[in-house]
Ligand binder design. Sequence first.
Ligand code: NDP
Length: 239
Amino acid sequence: MKKLIAITGASSGIGKALAYKFAKEGHPVLLMARRVEILEKFDIKNKVCAKVDVQNFDEIKNAVKLAEKKYGPVDCMINNAGIMPLDLYKDQSLEDKYSTMDINVKGVINGIDAVLNDMISRKEGTIINIGSIGGRYVFPQHSVYNGSKFAVNAITEGVRKEVAGSNVRFTLIAPGIVDTELLSLTKNQDILDGYKNLKKELKGGLSPEAVADTTYYTYSLPQMVNVKEIIFSHTNDGN
Ligand code: NDP
């Protein structure tokens, strides 16, 4: 059996595609999300499903322990869970602003901390953080989301530099628009309509499967090759 892969936010979109891709490549997978009942229905044999809110470190850590008992150490942690409730900054609720930072940034920190020291001790392992093109370029109505993804860039790059000597890889995957449920928390109808029109022009954007394939490619390279960052989008997307 190949090594264990842990994925947060595995219940839909990119996380679900990652789950199926790594499973198809022969890896056991630890699938984490709040909607655990969705994960349990996935047609994947070697899996552990855990109800996890990434804002809670203990929930991630306990899920990792459970899966490691069955499949050995996590070789790759993919911090994918995220939200994007879009609005003009002046109109966005404090609750949405805080959740964006807590899930997209604190969630990534919790995922890293659940496995990093073990990886350093073993001198092996990979941490992949799902950032965004919104972590490089700022767009209107995205201020706090942009802030969260800029933070993911900085954390990924900073920790990578610190642990490089321990043979642990850190990769940032930064896609443009992907066809998923990410817009579901945006309440402002004008913003939703504008985004949906843009997606239509891009034929839906990237498929989650394309993101999963790209992510798997970076992982599949030998441990001595650390792809530091990939920024990519649908070919029609000039942003
Ligand atoms: P989806 O909305 O389809 O999936 C988001 C996933 O995150 C779900 O599985 C959800 O599971 C999980 N999630 C949300 N909040 C929490 C939480 N508190 N604890 C645990 N899991 C949580 O969106 P995407 O697949 O598009 O998003 C995945 C990542 O990709 C995000 O980080 C996003 O920022 C990034 N991204 C997306 C792009 C796009 O255009 N779609 C572009 C660039 C980056 P559940 O609700 O069951 O907990």
